[in-house]
Design a protein around this ligand. Structure first.
Ligand code: FES
Length: 261
């Protein structure tokens, strides 16, 4: 009896790469373009170490503010100059997004071609999924990054509240920057709370929901936003970059804040 090789048992035996007739390449190209643009911009911001605060506004890339720059700095401990304050923080949101179930799908398709799209043969000879080191270890960290990201959201919410202070420190100010920071915090909460690990932390490992009415109620709320996680992943990512651009331009004096009251 002849045995069928693994590759032949798991893949359709057709000569074409795919039989799909739609423009299946469009989505991975768009994904790769946006992610690359964000990564390049984020790398610049993280290493630049300037123009991240303006009056009561703080860029999310530098929050919590470990320096004494801006109005609500937490004080700066001396570090080698090449370690920017952002480097000390950014591994949390980066780790959270890198291990996110949705982003995994996005970058496996866009960058690793594993596979490029559904029903499209991948170029790799072997497929091991996430069953081996380092992926099996790194991707399992997601559930812990979730808690760290939630903690960071508390700080970003604090930043948004602080943005109701005026440039001289008095409360009662509201400018366009305040709105930008509030929307940023809200979107990051939506992205974090719609996370699959969050849904599991709240409603998972229970035998009977009837014995846990509060967790059941929370689980139903999280389940409402969970289907929108992909959308939240994109919108919140773009808004984080936009928030930094806004604060940066204010700090550089290129634009002025629009003041509502
Ligand atoms: Fe996307 Fe957790 S943040 S699944």
């Amino acid at each position: 009896m002849t045995t069928t090789p693994e590759r032949e048992r798991t893949r359709a035996q057709i000569p074409q790469r795919t039989l799909r007739l739609d423009n299946w390449l469009a989505q991975p190209i768009v994904t790769a373009s946006i992610l690359t643009a964000f990564i390049v911009y984020a790398a610049y911001v993280i290493l630049a170490n300037d123009h991240y605060a303006s009056g009561p506004y703080l860029s999310p890339f530098y929050s919590p503010n470990l320096t004494d720059v801006g109005m609500h700095g937490w004080g700066w401990v001396s570090w080698p100059a090449w370690i920017t304050p952002s480097i000390l923080i950014i591994w949390i949101p980066m780790g959270f997004r890198f291990t996110c179930y949705y982003y995994r799908k996005a970058y496996y398709r866009a960058f690793w071609q594993s596979p490029t799209a559904c029903a499209v043969s991948e170029p790799h000879k072997k497929y091991t999924g996430e069953s081996r080191f380092p992926l099996v270890f790194i991707q399992n960290m997601h559930r812990y990054f979730f808690w760290l990201a939630a903690l960071l959201n508390v700080v970003l919410t604090y930043d948004a509240v602080i943005a109701f202070r005026d440039y001289d420190g008095r409360w009662g100010h509201m400018g366009l920057g305040t709105v930008v920071l509030i929307v940023n915090a809200a979107l990051l909460w939506m992205y974090t709370l719609s996370c699959h690990a969050c849904r599991h932390a709240i409603g998972g490992r229970l035998k009977h929901f009837s014995n846990h009415p509060i967790r059941y109620r929370l689980w139903t709320w999280v389940s409402l936003i969970n289907p929108h996680h992909q959308r939240m992943a994109w919108i919140s990512l773009i808004w984080v970059a936009f928030t930094d651009v806004y604060v940066r331009l204010l700090s550089m004096g290129v634009i002025s804040d629009i003041r509502f009251f």
